[in-house]
Design a binder for this molecule. Structure first.
Ligand code: PMP
Ligand code: GLN
Length: 400
């Protein structure tokens, strides 16, 4: 038999699915895959239920129902001062995952170079490669996750078509600063390149940190494709409704990519997300405030257990270094071990680096999701405390 697509057969199952399955098997508290353990806002869920019953269940318009496109445009104006035309500059997709692929398809020809920043979300690299484009990786390193500006500038060249930028950033919790974004904007202008901006955590920032869309910087309006996700903004990750805001000169190709991926996205969920995006400012402030309180519970608890917790300014995630616990293995072994023996699942941070990427991939950090009820976070901390107290990490027990 002829081989099937070698790029895909070379990729394993995503780490999120692997760790969730292991968590289920061992009845572990799942602080791995990032999903909240509470339902999203009641009025949004009710709007979806009502929309299912009122008879608009056939194919919606290709680029999204008008209510949602208008709500996306209004939210762009309200939160970020961005003006986009709801009829020509918004495309609704089945989740940000589809949006990322659609934007890359819209921009890239085989051989084009794309600048990617590690650690990176798991779909970026395979999709860039499947499109025949060439990834140029720039690596951020813990504990500070600083943008290495000289390396970033060196990654751009005459073949650069785009950068894929994720801020607030999964898994680091980094929120890119105005100065960092200005540096990237200058590179994009100098090299006549585009930016696919994965901003799914746009509303999830803490401690006064504020998300800044690259698209809002001077000269960036025509170069950025800005992606949001209802999954993150309304704690409804299973819904898979995403939205792309971009200049009319780019949206035609984005729509043609979407047309060939899924064509449309469930109309009832779209209409409910439109209700959500119109919610009062207090909803968005409370969303971030409640999450910040959960972050504090998990961060201080992990620190008390002896892990070195890195600061996180946004997203659902904390990274923590576990070397101080005396665990002998790498991050993949650690995450497997605590899932099986402590009953708490986490994600190894090395999974967010190109597997071919050589020796300096960080291998002593675990990513913990804190988008869980406080009692669940406390129970997870209690389990980790009990596991440490059992002393299984003494030399005799180090079979890991
Ligand atoms: N980008 C990032 C950085 C993410 O963490 C996620 C995770 N959910 C996505 C994209 C995908 O979003 P969606 O569920 O809307 O497809
Ligand atoms: N975005 C989620 C995370 O980083 C996972 C989404 C997925 O499982 N594909 O945990």
């Amino acid at each position: 038999m002829k081989p099937t697509n070698t790029l895909l057969s070379g990729i394993g199952t995503t780490i999120f699915t692997v760790m969730s399955a292991l968590a289920t098997k061992h009845q572990a508290i799942n602080l791995g895959q990032g999903f909240p353990d509470t339902e999203g806002p009641r009025d949004v869920v009710e709007a979806a239920a009502a929309a299912l019953m009122d008879g608009r269940n056939q194919y919606p318009p290709l680029t999204g129902v008008p209510e949602l496109r208008q709500a996306v445009a209004a939210a762009n104006r309200r939160f970020w001062g961005l003006e986009v035309d709801p009829d020509r500059e918004v495309v609704v997709t089945s989740g940000a995952t589809e949006a990322i692929t659609a934007c890359l398809m819209a921009l890239l020809d085989p051989g084009d170079e794309v600048v990617l920043i590690e650690p990176l979300y798991d779909t970026y690299l395979p999709v860039v490669r499947l499109l025949g484009a060439v990834p140029k990786l720039v690596r951020l390193a813990p504990p500070r996750w600083e943008l290495p500006r000289a390396e970033l500038a060196a990654a751009f060249g005459p073949k650069t078509k785009a950068i894929l930028l994720n801020t607030p950033m999964n898994p680091t919790g980094k929120v890119f600063t105005a100065a960092e974004l200005a540096f990237i904007a200058e590179l994009l202008q100098r090299h006549d390149a585009y930016a696919v901006c994965d901003e799914v955590y746009e509303h999830l920032t803490f401690d006064g940190w504020r998300h800044i869309p690259l698209m809002s910087l001077p000269g960036m309006r025509e170069r950025c494709l800005r992606i949001g996700s209802a999954g993150k903004t309304f704690a409804l990750t299973g819904w898979k409704v995403g939205y792309i805001s971009c200049d009319a000169s780019l949206s035609g190709n984005v729509a043609r990519a979407h047309q060939n991926l899924t064509f449309t996205t469930p109309p009832n969920l779209q209409r409910a997300v439109a209700v959500g995006l119109a919610k009062e400012d207090a909803y968005f402030a409370e969303l971030a405030g409640a999450l910040q309180a959960k972050r504090d519970v998990l961060a201080s608890g992990l620190a008390e257990l002896g892990l070195r917790v890195l600061p996180t300014q946004g997203t659902y995630f904390i990274s923590a270094e576990f070397s101080s616990l005396g665990f002998p293995g790498d991050d993949a072994a650690f995450c497997r071990h605590i899932t099986e023996h402590a009953g708490v699942a986490a994600i190894p941070v090395s999974a967010f680096y190109d597997a071919e990427g050589g020796a300096d991939i960080p291998r002593h950090y675990a990513r913990f999701a804190f988008c869980k009820r406080e009692e669940v976070l406390r129970e997870a901390l209690g389990r980790l405390r009990a596991w440490l107290a059992r002393g299984e990490l003494t030399p005799a027990a180090r079979s890991a």
